[in-house]
Design a protein around this ligand. Structure first.
Ligand SMILES: NC(=O)c1ccc[n+]([C@@H]2O[C@H](COP(=O)([O-])OP(=O)(O)OC[C@H]3O[C@@H](n4cnc5c(N)ncnc54)[C@H](OP(=O)(O)O)[C@@H]3O)[C@@H](O)[C@H]2O)c1
Length: 337
């Protein structure tokens, strides 16, 4: 039987750690850097020393109490440390952990396991982790999980992307969009990316075949038709997206304004039932298999995370404020170690 390497206070250099904590909902000002109890891994868990974590829209959503009715705490937060995407080094493992050992460099998504990434340590079931891509820094690896899986699952599982298809990515310059452009190219699509003027060169450098500057041109009115549209950010009416689809085209919404989200969720299924075009939304499902797909694509050099800015752990509130402005150019990352 495998020897247990469960974390004990005496082999971890203390029982306390620094973390970004919040006890009530509100703007980023409610976040505080505090000393809290360091987690002790359960039998199936891995204790990770977090080197970097990335910020996602989900963190902003939870922070402001917008998920109260979704089981995240009605009156106060159920999980007091946010941060889902992490990369770090395994510090200790529970007795039932088979795939990792102390010293391994890992990355993963803690959404299903109570968050906790904006901290020096987090304890995660081994099913939430994968060995870090060998060619990435911890910051780059932490940028991957949620944004990349949102893109991958939107294009592949909901979009049924095929080689040679004309694919348009709307909102191509942010955390999700920069992965979507690269992934659509790895599927062999002919990719049109939509972004603003200052991001045109960057998005083209990610492999987009065509780039439309939304400040100069409305892609829904230029006469082009697409097999697949992935709407990542911003807003167009669902009727406008429908107009830009080929007769059997597919529209997948993964984010953007509330109006864009609700139209896709409420009207998309109705449109899909009444015609050949398919329209709807896609929410990412964290899973190990897709993280491994991303690790392989990254190690083959086919996808590279794009980082806009890194903030130290103590400035997590500023990182979230920046993301909430809505103009990040790639991922926003927290450097912990
Ligand atoms: N479905 C899921 O599971 C899932 C998971 C993660 C995120 N999301 C959602 O996906 C969306 C995008 O997330 P993200 O992390 O990529 O956000 P982000 O990094 O904050 O996106 C910022 C980018 O969006 C661009 N943008 C802003 N307004 C735009 C507009 N009107 N038209 C085109 N581009 C625009 C910005 O470019 P400019 O500065 O040039 O305007 C900026 O580069 C969010 O709504 C988020 O809630 C969904």
């Amino acid at each position: 039987m495998k020897a247990s390497v469960v974390a004990k206070p005496d082999n971890l250099g203390g029982t306390r750690m620094k973390a970004i904590v919040y006890s009530h909902y509100g703007p980023p000002d409610v976040l505080n850097l505090e000393e809290v109890q360091k987690p002790v891994p359960q039998d199936d868990e891995v204790l990770v020393q977090v080197h970097a974590a990335s910020v996602n829209a989900g963190d902003c959503f939870l922070l402001r109490g917008k998920a109260r009715l979704m089981g995240f705490g009605l009156l106060k937060p159920k999980h007091t440390i946010l941060g889902s995407d992490i990369a770090g080094r395994v510090e200790a493992v529970g007795r039932n952990v088979t795939q990792f050992q102390p010293g391994d460099e890992v990355f993963g998504n803690t959404v299903k396991y109570g968050f906790g990434g904006f901290a020096e340590y987090v304890s995660v079931p081994e099913t939430g982790l994968v060995l870090k891509p060998t060619n990435l820094s911890f910051e780059e690896a932490a940028a991957v999980p949620q944004a990349a899986l949102t893109s991958l699952q939107g294009l592949r599982d909901k979009g049924h992307i095929q080689p040679g298809q004309k694919v348009l990515i709307y909102g191509a310059s942010g955390g999700v969009g920069t992965f979507a452009v690269q992934l659509a190219k790895t599927f062999g699509a002919d990719v049109t990316a939509v972004c603003s003027t200052r991001n045109v060169d960057r998005v083209r450098s990610l492999g987009a075949d065509y780039v439309i500057d939304y400040t100069h041109e409305d892609f829904t009115r230029n006469g082009q038709r697409y097999d697949l549209i992935l709407a990542v950010n911003g807003y167009h009416s669902i009727a406008a997206y429908k107009r830009a689809l080929r007769p059997e085209g597919v529209y997948v919404m993964t984010g953007g304004s509330m109006a864009q989200v609700f139209q896709a969720m409420l009207l998309g299924p109705v449109i899909s039932r009444t015609g050949r075009q398919k329209m709807g939304n896609s929410a990412h499902t964290p899973n190990r298999k897709d993280l491994i797909v991303m690790k392989e694509l990254i190690e083959e050099g086919l996808v590279t995370p794009v980082i806009d800015r890194c903030y130290p752990l103590g400035e997590t509130a500023s990182a979230i404020r920046y993301l909430e402005e809505g103009h990040a150019r790639g991922k926003v990352v927290i450097t912990v170690v």
